[in-house]
Design a protein around this ligand. Structure first.
Ligand SMILES: NC(=O)C[C@H](N)C(=O)O
Length: 344
């Protein structure tokens, strides 16, 4: 039997969540309005590629997506895990990187693909990117190398832990941060670039594990020059997880030091997490370089993101706070990305 006939037997489930890909224009603006059957009906050649069944999860703009929806996705994947060869999720682009990062830590040890895709223009719009992206998601999904969580968009296959939406309108909406692409897709051909994944082949779990809980009490605190002490103090006093989006390689401004010295011991005592991230797009934090960073690291015991995106750190922190007895997932993910430090 030819190779294409062998792969054509693969069976996928399409989990639909809404987003632009499923949207229609209304008097109140663009909003999700078409179902999964209508989506796949428009994809030429899909039937020959694989078998697709559909399961609607929600029908919302991804701006409205919350960890409750991640939980629904994980439950659905868990319940149908044995019945399908892979899972494609149609999703709005605006929070797709968050969902991809969240699923990357909620679904561990997967030996099947979970692929998120969407589009910048609705499926039914002229010149849409929806058909190509959805087809490409399955095209990548049938490959034996495709395992774990990824984003397929505009010919790029991005590790779910490393995706970032960087353009609001162009088709080239996603970029892989601090990690080479998993694959590229051009003219119907998939070129596999790298296949590792943080919880694939990592020896961490032999059987897939499905984690449903994520702590939602988290806030990203973006430092701006001269940000008020009182505001920083309030956030640190009230929020379990605080992701500090600092400058450059990371550090705490001198004038905020007193605030941090006061609240950090209290936060530690309560098991709250505080992690420093950078506002820069690439290359991550390194608190060991500058005095402002070293102080945060040594005197305050501040954790840092390293090369992880804010989306990935958010996911790691939410998971860690919900599973305090488990291994330090931030450390696991950070170390994983360090392995790519010299070839991005
Ligand atoms: N392109 C898109 O899908 C954007 C849309 N607002 C969403 O995230 O649901």
């Amino acid at each position: 039997m030819s190779r294409s006939k062998q792969v054509s037997r693969k069976k996928f489930i399409l989990l639909t969540t809404g987003g632009t890909i499923a949207s229609v224009e209304t008097q109140n603006g663009r909003m999700p309005g078409i179902n999964g059957e209508t989506l796949i009906r428009q994809i030429d050649g899909l039937e020959q590629l694989c078998k697709v069944e559909i399961r609607p999860v929600c029908s919302i703009d991804s701006t409205d997506l919350t960890p409750k929806h991640w939980k629904l996705l994980v439950e659905t994947i868990r319940d149908f895990y044995e019945d399908y060869d892979g899972f494609v999720i149609s999703h709005g682009t605006d929070t797709m990187a968050y969902t991809a990062a969240a699923l990357s830590v909620m679904l561990q040890g997967l030996n099947k693909p979970v692929i998120l895709t969407g589009s910048q223009l609705p499926m039914e719009a002229a010149g849409t990117d929806a058909k190509q992206n959805l087809y490409d998601a399955f095209l990548y999904g049938i490959r034996p190398e495709a395992r774990g969580v990824s984003v397929v968009f505009n010919g790029k296959v991005i590790d779910g832990l490393c995706a970032r939406k960087w353009k609001t309108e162009s088709f080239d909406a996603f970029v892989s941060i601090n990690r080479p692409l998993l694959a590229t897709i051009e003219n119907g051909r998939v070129k596999i670039e790298t296949t590792a994944g943080v919880f694939r082949d990592a020896g961490i779990s032999e059987k897939p594990q499905f984690y449903l809980e994520m702590e939602e009490d988290l806030c990203a605190l973006k430092l701006t020059p001269g940000i008020s002490r009182e505001m920083v103090r309030q956030i640190l006093m009230q929020t379990k997880g605080v992701l500090i989006e600092g400058f450059g390689l990371g550090g705490i401004p001198n004038y905020l030091e007193e605030v941090f010295e006061e609240v950090m011991p209290l936060r530690k005592e309560k098991g709250y997490l505080t992690v420093m991230e950078t506002q820069a797009l690439l290359e991550g934090t390194d608190l060991s370089v500058y005095e402002v960073g070293l102080r945060a690291k040594k005197e305050l015991g501040m954790e840092e993101s390293g090369r992880l995106t804010a989306e990935a750190v958010t996911a790691c922190m939410m998971w860690q706070m919900a599973h305090p007895e488990k291994e330090n997932i931030l450390e696991t993910c950070r170390t994983y990305l360090e392995t790519f430090a010299h070839n991005v």
